[in-house]
Structure formats: structure tokens, C-alpha cells
Design a protein around this ligand. Sequence first.
Ligand code: EPU
Length: 313
Amino acid sequence: MRARSIEDLQKAIVFAREKNIPYFILGGGSNTLVPDEGFLGLVIKIEHTGLEVVDKDGYTQVIISAGEVWDEFVSKMVDFGFCGLENLSSVPGTVGGAIVQNIGAYGVEMGDCVAWVEVFNTETMTIEKFSQKECSFGYRESIFKKKNALVVVRVAFELTCSKSPRIEYEEVKSSLREKENFTPTLLDVRNAIISIRAAKLPAIHIGTAGSFFKNPIISDDRCYEIKKKFPDIKKYPLPENKTKLSAAWLIENVGGFKGIRRGDAGVYDKHALILVNYGNASAKDILSLASEMKDVIKRKTGIVLEEEVVMMQ
Ligand code: EPU
């Protein structure tokens, strides 16, 4: 069922409860794997739209509904000259999905720009507002991912006209450095990111859910041990004696999976973190490949890769 308003959403939940069937809240579906047997219940697709711009002192608050397409929203913000979200250009899906997953790319996490999130609580059947702190944003995490009863309906972003874009991510920097002596505009950054992603991520007609696994976060001590065995391992320092490892590096260099195929299920040849369906792979084929990859990485490094993709169940 398509929920084009909060009333639609409310009605759908009541309907599912009356019929005693489970329901699944769907955004754009770009990070979701549907089981081969389908979903025996009600899928509620969040489609309500709306955008409001409120001027505050020194910054702009943009309030956007969960059913809006994420990249169309980012494109509008860049056109308006509002800085903050341009690095998240070209990420597929809806605003609601972006919040639940706390999407992040090229040095920016979406949660950093959030002022508040409005949800429909399906337990109390009321609207509630969460401050940025209450959202408990983390790496591909939020309170909304943990508590299914909270359905995101609206989000307020705090954006600014004065800040310069974030271009410290190596690939973004080098892509922009090709043009000498110029200060990149928001549109330059957006265009650079669109081309970086286009070169590494599968075209729209290839079935994929983007990064299949998260980058594992481990203690510095554990990383030190692993590095003895894999000196070239790609890693990023984090606060509190933690290190984030590149799952793509592990999959390519430890597992040797980059570009391989098991029937129509495969590991994308331009980015090892991405599983693709080259035609008729079933969900079972994708999961079996993912499980083979996890087993090998675990056996060789002790690290258990965790799925970023969400199973519809
Ligand atoms: N790398 C490899 N092999 C590959 C690809 C990458 O070894 O096939 C290594 C390289 O050393 C590279 C490093 O991994 O420098 C990082 O690669 P990349 O910049 O593509 O980032 P990522 O950590 O693999 C994450 C996000 C992406 C996001 C990029 C860019 C996760 C799970 N994925 O990937 O998000 O676009 O950073 O910031 O955090 C998504 O979530 O669906 C997604 C595409």
C-alpha cells in the first residue's frame, strides 16, 4: 500500500492489525533484499512529499517529508546554495530510508546535518519529535533502525549558505584538483561525486543494494594484530581507540572475491563491497554468496562482516 499521508500510514497500520498480518515499512527499496517467497504481509511504501524552508539566525532549516527522493532533494539544496548534503549526492532511495540508515559518503554523515526527526509511533499511534541527539545516529545506525515502531515522517536539516563544502576525502580532493586554481562550488562537488560514484557503482539496470556489508569497527589492539598478518590493510582511525577497516579491501585482497560470479550472483568488478544480480539470481543465491564471503573473511582474519542490507521480513 502507498502511504501518501500520515493518515494513510495510520490506516494501513490499523488494517494490518485488524487482519493480524505483519507489515513492513518500505522507503525506496534500494537497501532492501526481498526473500524469494515474497513477504506474507502488508508492505507500506512511504510516499508522502513536501518541502519547507525556514530561515533561522545564520542558517537555514529545511523540513522535508520522508517520501521525497533523496537525490532530488540534494540536487535542490545545491541549486538553492545550501551547503551540507552535497557529498551525499547520487545516493539512491528516499529521505526516510536515508535517515533510518544514516547514510554516509565522502566524509559526511547525514545525521550531522539533522536538527530533528518527526516519527509516527505505531505503538502509541501518535506523532513524536526526536532531537538530533535522541536519534542516536552512528555508522549506518539510528534509533529508527533499532525500533521498528518508529516510522520516520518528516525531517528538519540545518544547512548553511556560508560554510565551504567538505572536500578532504582523497578521491574527491583529487578529482577536484584536476582543475587548477579554483574554489569548488557546491555544484562542482556534487558533479565530482556523481562521476566518482558512476565509475565505481553499478548502472541503474543492474540489480544491487549498494554496499552489502558495513566496514567493520574493531579495537586498535585487534587491528594491530591483524596488521601483522596483512600489513597493507586499509584502515581509518576512529575516536576511543577504535579503527574502521575497509570491508572492500578485505573482500578483494583477503577473500579474492572481487569480480567473481556464482551463477547470476556476483561481486561487482569495480567495487568489492557491492553484490550484484546479473540477471536471474534469487535472494537465496545472493545470500549464499554473501555467506561464502563472510566465512572466508572470518576464517582468515577472525572478523565477522555485518550486513548493511536489510532483509524484508
Ligand atoms: N577498496 C578496495 N577494493 C575495492 C574498493 C575499495 O580495496 O574494490 C578500498 C580502497 O582502498 C579504497 C577504500 O576501500 O580507498 C574505500 O573505498 P570507498 O571510497 O569506495 O569506500 P567504502 O568504505 O568501500 C563507503 C560506503 C559507501 C560510500 C563510500 C564513499 C559503507 C558500507 N559504504 O564505502 O556507501 O559511497 O564509503 O564514502 O560504509 C553504500 O552504503 O551503499 C555505499 C555505497
